[in-house]
Each structure stands twice: as structure tokens, then as C-alpha cells.
Design a binder for this molecule. Structure first.
Ligand code: HEM
Length: 157
């Protein structure tokens, strides 16, 4: 793949907004998962910590961990794209991500669901600081990270 252009401005927007959301992980991880389930109710059964409940559980460590991972890894991807023009996740991490998602029954379209939930959570958290430029920067970083994970999942088929 050719070099990806990710600007300093885009990197700064992603970093700044993650700093804001990071200040209330319980709130935003709950919002993030509520959005995932609103968009794709059937996704619930893939998550071990949601399988046996009717509601999105408050203060669940695994739920918070997944939300934080998605946001944080997307933020790290933004930095890599700006610095190196490509995604540079360690092979071992990527293999782990590939196998975890494959085992959980995650399919390509789920990545779009999670992206939409991420965008909605940013909107909620940033309020008037939210705009199309912020959304564009996060979307671009997320898409490249998702592409790397999906490619790994296909290798393991
Ligand atoms: C597990 C990251 C997208 C569903 C995990 C884990 C990581 C991770 C690191 C390991 C457990 C943990 O630390 O919580 C990511 C990243 C994503 C992504 C960075 C996108 C960029 C998705 C999508 C789905 C999904 C699109 C499906 C809607 C799951 C499930 C597990 C998991 C079901 C197992 C969790 C459990 O049952 O405890 N993910 N994920 N992930 N992920 Fe993702």
C-alpha cells in the first residue's frame, strides 16, 4: 500500500479528543457499548460480558477495557499514520487481535458498526468541539486499523 497522508492537524485533533474522553471512561465506555447495541442488537451475544444481561452493565472492567482499547489503539494508529504513513502494530499484537475477533464470531460489517458507535461517542463527549474534521481524522485512523485487523482475521481462516 502507498504512503498514507495523515496531517499533524489530524493527529492533534485525535489526541485532543481522546484526552477529553479519557477523563470519564465509565461514562463513555457505557455510551459506546449502548450505541453498538442500538445499531446492531445481535452483536450483544458476541461479548462474554453482555451475554447474560439485559442491560449494558455499569462499571464492568471488560466492557471498559474493550472501549478503551478501541479508542486508544485508534489514537496510536493516528500517530503512526502521521509519523510513518502506515499502521505499525506489532505482529504479535495483530495476531492476537485477529484470533480474538475470529474466535468471537466478529465479521467485517461489525467494524462499520463499531466505527459508527465510536463517532457517536465522540459527538457526545466533545459537544461543540465536535466537527467534521474531527470525525474525518478518527474515521481515517480507525479504518486503517480495522483494515489491518480484518486482513489478519482472513489469514487465520
Ligand atoms: C476483544 C480490540 C473491534 C468484538 C478485543 C480485545 C481487544 C480488542 C484488544 C481483547 C480483549 C480486551 O482487551 O478487551 C479491538 C479493536 C477494534 C475492535 C482495537 C477495532 C479497531 C471489534 C469489533 C467487534 C469486536 C468491530 C464486534 C462488534 C470483540 C469481542 C471480544 C473482543 C466480542 C471478546 C471480548 C470478550 O468477550 O471478553 N477487542 N476490537 N471488536 N472484541 Fe474487539
Amino acid at each position: 500500500m502507498g504512503e498514507i497522508v495523515f496531517t499533524e492537524k489530524q493527529e492533534a485533533l485525535v489526541k485532543e479528543s481522546w484526552e477529553i474522553l479519557k477523563q470519564d471512561i465509565p461514562k463513555y465506555s457505557l455510551h459506546f457499548f449502548s450505541q453498538i447495541l442500538e445499531i446492531a442488537p445481535a452483536a450483544k451475544d458476541m461479548f462474554s460480558f453482555l451475554r447474560d444481561t439485559d442491560e449494558v452493565p455499569h462499571n464492568n472492567p471488560k466492557l471498559k477495557a474493550h472501549a478503551v482499547k478501541v479508542f486508544k489503539m485508534t489514537c496510536e494508529t493516528a500517530i503512526q499514520l502521521r509519523e510513518k504513513g502506515k499502521v505499525v502494530v506489532a505482529d504479535t499484537t495483530l495476531q492476537y487481535l485477529g484470533s480474538v475477533h475470529l474466535k468471537s464470531g466478529v465479521l467485517d460489517p461489525h467494524f462499520e458498526v463499531v466505527k459508527e458507535a465510536l463517532v457517536r461517542t465522540l459527538k457526545e463527549g466533545l459537544g461543540e468541539k465536535y466537527n467534521e474534521e474531527v470525525e474525518g481524522a478518527w474515521s481515517k485512523a480507525y479504518d486503517h486499523l480495522a483494515l489491518a485487523i480484518k486482513a489478519e482475521m482472513k489469514q487465520e481462516d
